[in-house]
Write a protein that binds this ligand. Structure first.
Ligand code: RNT
Ligand code: ZN
Length: 429
């Protein structure tokens, strides 16, 4: 019978010694690559733990078109359970992490508090957790799953009262992000994503976009208590959604231009482009003009399906671009996937480890050599070297990275996931 036994430290060290030599022969310092790969913060999204449901007292509605499919037992039902799950996942994850919260994960002690009235106090438990775990927080207003989002329009709604409700929500959230930043003595990235769009051919594409500009301007103008170095605003574009197949107000062009004009971050979600369109080629264009970007790491299958991220070509290409362009310091990496059909700790760990694997793999490239071959017309040599890099002993370096971070190497973490499923998740209603 196979079992998910832990790999011994000796066998990790022995394999690493050989791998280190192979990489050194190409001029790559594996120790330095491990150190750099561990240092980049990856922002863990709280919403994988509860299938994007949130803790609100009010009846949640469908508005917004994002939905996790599946019914695997063990979903976190409140803040304590979600934090317990995150602690468990973090123990199995190598490297630096942040936690990305959504506004509807406020804890209001059974009181109904509408989105425009949210305050930092409703996140005090999250902020206490953040301090105790030394995990900084990022934040998102929740412009979906609310009666005022049911007609598919929030910040671009034609109704002044509805639009201003959402502007107030954004303003309230920026104050919360500011409080989080102060609590952690460092920036909190606040990402604004709205679902606004139309199911079928709009007769007027212009007015909602004009209204969105005005609403965002209004939201971002409320700056009395805001330090832009601490409350780092981002805007996330999308191509289509469930119920917004024909038109999305906040498209890529819209937010690329808006973010640039306002000096805020543009957020690229890997699932928010055409089905075969990937984001790695966009980075060296956008980043000529945008000083920094936010990335939502996700995995679309045929559509924006938010599957658990795996180490595939798309993911590797993104980190290769960032490393080759010396742009790692200019990107905020956040996760955005949700699968309710498998163990949720397993989803967190598989997806988050895949991201750091891609990062490490990119850091193990002999970039200067590849670029030199290209510059000097040695195209066949460059292509052949790129192919050979794929079968270098990467796994041995990855295992050492895990070992150095004090988390199980290889597939050893799966046994911990299984134990937690029995000891904790199975007992949830
Ligand atoms: C939706 C966007 C957005 C959400 C989260 C929950 O298409 O990708 O980022 O997934 O805010
Ligand atoms: Zn996203």
């Amino acid at each position: 019978m196979n079992s998910f036994e832990k790999v011994s430290g000796e066998s990790v060290a022995a394999a690493y010694a050989l791998a280190k030599e192979r990489y050194a022969a190409m001029g790559v310092d594996t120790d330095a690559a491990i150190e750099r790969a561990l240092a980049l913060p990856v922002s863990l999204h709280c919403w994988q733990g509860d299938d994007v449901q949130g803790f609100e007292v009010q009846e949640s509605t469908s508005g917004g078109g994002i939905m996790a499919t599946g019914n695997f037992p063990g979903r976190a039902r409140n803040g304590d359970e979600l934090r317990q799950d995150l602690d468990t996942a973090l123990k199995l994850l190598p490297g630096a992490h942040r936690l990305n919260l959504h506004a509807f994960y406020a804890e209001t002690d059974g009181k109904r508090v509408d989105r425009d009235a949210l305050e930092p106090a409703h996140f005090s438990r999250w902020m206490d957790w953040s301090k105790s775990q030394s995990v900084a927080l990022d934040f998102n207003p929740t412009f979906f799953a609310h009666p005022k989002a049911d007609d598919g329009f929030t910040l671009s709604n034609a109704d002044d009262a509805v639009r201003s409700f959402w502007v107030q929500h954004g303003i309230a959230c920026r104050k919360i992000a500011m409080a989080m930043a102060q609590n952690q003595n460092g920036p909190c990235v606040i990402n604004h994503w709205i679902p606004d769009g139309a199911k079928d051919m709009p007769a007027d594409r212009w007015s909602p976009r004009q209204r969105l500009v005005d609403a965002l301007d209004c939201m971002l103008a409320d700056n009395d208590a805001i330090d832009p170095a601490l409350c780092v605003d981002a805007v996330e574009s999308k191509l289509f959604g469930i119920g917004s197949e024909a038109y999305v107000v906040g498209s890529a062009e819209f937010y690329q231009a808006y973010a640039l004009q306002k000096g805020i971050l543009y957020c690229l979600d890997m699932g928010h482009f055409h089905p075969t369109e990937t984001i790695h080629d966009k980075l060296s264009s956008l980043m000529q003009f945008h000083k920094r970007v936010l990335m939502h790491v996700s995995r679309p299958i045929r559509w924006d399906s938010d599957h658990v991220v795996i180490l595939n070509d798309d993911l590797e290409a993104v980190f290769q671009e960032l490393v080759r362009g010396c742009a790692l310091d200019r990107v905020f990496v956040a996760l955005d996937f949700f699968d309710a059909s498998i163990n949720r700790i397993g989803a967190y760990v598989t997806g988050t480890r895949a991201v750091r694997k891609a990062l490490l793999s990119a850091l193990l490239e002999p970039v200067a050599w590849l670029q030199d071959l290209e510059r000097t017309g040695c195209g066949a040599e460059k292509l052949a070297l790129m192919e050979d890099l794929k079968v270098m002993p990467f796994g041995a370096v990855w295992d050492m990275l895990c070992e150095k971070a004090g988390v199980p190497a290889g597939a050893g973490w799966i046994a911990d996931m299984q134990k937690y499923a029995v000891d904790v998740q199975a007992k949830r209603g």
